[in-house]
Design a protein around this ligand. Structure first.
Ligand code: BGC
Length: 545
């Protein structure tokens, strides 16, 4: 029997099964024709999102920013970047999303500010030893004259993580030089962020995606780390000098207490940590969700995927939570491209080094269609990255001279960075910037984007867009009640298969040959538009047994 208490709990925990659509604002829709996406552009596409069947949207940082790192360099956490709009636009967008039944998540960046933030400006104008400098990690250097950085720490984007100030001291920046790290042992920093959470809750935000959630806490004895780091991938060592440290959980609890004052607000962690450490972030008094990056990182391989998915389900259940799945975001090579590369290809390096003729784009798209049926049938929440519903591939061959990601520069041009997954969305099959805006977008779209456009796919039952729509609609109706999963009804080593409460089965064929469904299977949805009874390689099917 459903009691009143259960109902209240379910609506408070709307995020447990929600599908959230990630909007990379700069590249989503440009309402004023300046080449950059904006809040009014998002407003114009809210009906599209509601019709797609998602439950909400997460908007990448939209705060006032010099945009050195796509807005993850925040100059003012309580104002909107003028090229994106105004606070009034943001309020209107949130209200309109709510009218359509869509939740809104904002992106909070607590590990670092922009160097244009007034705190940093105060700190560097102040004399050595001034309390305003304690909000950041500003320290004397090593060597007789202090000309060596305080530690050997390497910035995620490349180069030393320390930059010297004119007065001789050094400041820490784990990312771009324009992103000084905050000192989270400083109570003023802690209080400021509690207040920023309140500010956006008051404005109507339903939740927060928290950037670099495994960062923040640093080893305050500042030891050498003795290692080099690849983008967002060296955080799997527990209690590393600057990643995944136990003291970070103290700050998370402070925020959770603030959110709990508002009842049904939530936060999701971007924590690139070891799978065994991830559940610590979603203990009952911490985050509500944490992205299962281990799933995103998996090769297209039946055993590897099954093991990773099972592990995430098991570890999240151990803290009475549910998994949070995602296949792509604004930091990784789009999965329609990753899945078209030979197994084990280091995809970040492949962008620059190739060989590019290794890519089988058709294969990648076929697998992307299968992958979304796999993901949407799993228990828990899901995040989609804008454009994946159109099957967009990575644009790996953007001209080098227009690359904008600081990774390109800071890696000494050895890593291309993340621009290729941030190319403006093609809404129309023709016209200026394919419907993104009235003029060219900030990054050029390749010609083939026209066939991937929303307009070209809309209403075509064979399109990936219509596959997403059908899958999302069915999921909402049938797959969101209970987190249980029963593995391997197919009993085949080449098929990843599971059954959900209610009896729906999801099978994905990773093997080389076709697979028969059980006798009497009633097919609900097939990833293969040519499906006619047998599952081809690299396809998925939902059916009632
Ligand atoms: C964001 C990146 C950003 C970095 C620094 C991340 O993990 O997702 O886009 O460059 O944090 O803020």
């Amino acid at each position: 029997m459903i009691t009143f208490g259960t109902l209240v709990q379910m609506s408070d925990q709307w995020w447990r099964n929600a599908v959230i659509y990630q909007v990379y604002i700069r590249s989503f829709a440009d309402a004023n024709g300046d080449g950059t996406g904006d809040i009014n552009g998002i407003r114009s596409k809210l009906p599209y999102l509601a019709e797609l069947g998602v439950n909400g949207l997460w908007v990448n940082p939209w705060y006032a920013s010099p945009l050195n790192d796509g807005g993850y360099d925040v100059a003012d956490y309580r104002d909107i970047e003028p090229s994106y709009g105004t606070l009034d636009d943001a309020k209107a967008m949130i209200a309109e999303a709510h009218e359509l039944g869509l939740k809104v998540l904002v992106d909070l960046v607590p590990n670092h500010t922009s160097n244009e933030h007034e705190w940093f400006q105060q700190a560097i104008a102040a004399p050595i030893g001034d309390p305003s400098r304690d909000r950041y990690h500003i320290r004397p250097g090593r060597g007789i004259d202090g000309s060596e950085p305080p530690t050997d720490w390497i910035a995620v984007f490349g180069g030393s993580a320390w930059e010297q100030l004119d007065d001789g001291e050094w400041y820490l920046h784990l990312f771009d030089t324009s992103q000084p790290d905050l000192n989270w042992t400083n109570t003023e920093v802690q209080e400021e962020f509690q207040d920023i959470f309140r500010f956006w809750c008051e404005l109507g935000a339903d939740g927060f995606r928290v950037d670099v959630a495994h960062g923040l806490a640093k080893d305050m004895s500042f030891p050498d780390a003795g290692e080099a780091a690849e983008l967002l991938s060296n955080a799997k060592t527990p209690n590393h000098p600057y990643w995944d440290r136990d003291d970070v959980h103290e700050y998370i609890r402070q925020w959770r207490a603030v959110l709990d004052e508002y009842g049904d607000r939530m936060m999701v962690a971007e924590a690139w940590v070891a799978p065994d450490r991830a559940p610590m972030y979603i203990r009952p008094d911490e985050y509500h969700q944490t992205f299962a990056f281990d799933f995103l990182d998996s090769n297209w391989d039946r055993d590897e995927m099954r093991a990773r998915v099972a592990k995430v389900i098991e570890t999240t259940a151990s803290v009475d939570s549910v998994p949070t799945w995602t296949l792509s975001n604004h930091d990784v090579v789009r999965h329609a491209t990753r899945y078209g590369l030979p197994k084990g290809t280091p995809w970040r390096k492949w962008l620059l080094d190739g060989p590019h003729d290794q890519l089988d784009a058709e294969l990648g798209l076929r697998r992307a269609r299968a992958a979304v049926l796999l993901m949407l049938a799993l228990p828990g929440g899901v995040y989609l990255y804008q454009g994946e519903e159109l099957g967009l591939p990575e644009v790996y061959d953007l001209p080098l001279d227009i690359l904008d990601d600081p990774v390109w520069r800071l890696s000494g041009n050895t890593s291309k960075g993340r621009d290729g997954c941030r190319v403006p969305i093609p809404w129309a099959a023709s016209g200026p910037s394919l419907g993104f805006g009235a003029n060219d977008g900030w990054l050029p779209q390749p010609e083939f984007f026209s066939e991937f456009s929303m307009e070209a796919q809309q209403g075509d039952p064979r399109s990936i867009l219509e596959l997403y729509r059908s899958a999302l609609s069915f999921r909402t109706d049938q797959l969101t009640s209970d987190p249980e999963i029963t593995w391997d009804p197919a009993a085949s080593p080449e098929v990843l298969s599971f059954e959900r409460p209610g009896g729906l089965q999801c099978w994905v064929n990773f093997g080389p040959g076709p697979v028969e469904l059980p006798e009497g299977a009633t097919v609900v949805l097939a990833s293969d538009p040519d499906f006619s009874g047998q599952m081809a390689t690299d396809t998925a099917v939902w059916f009632w047994a």
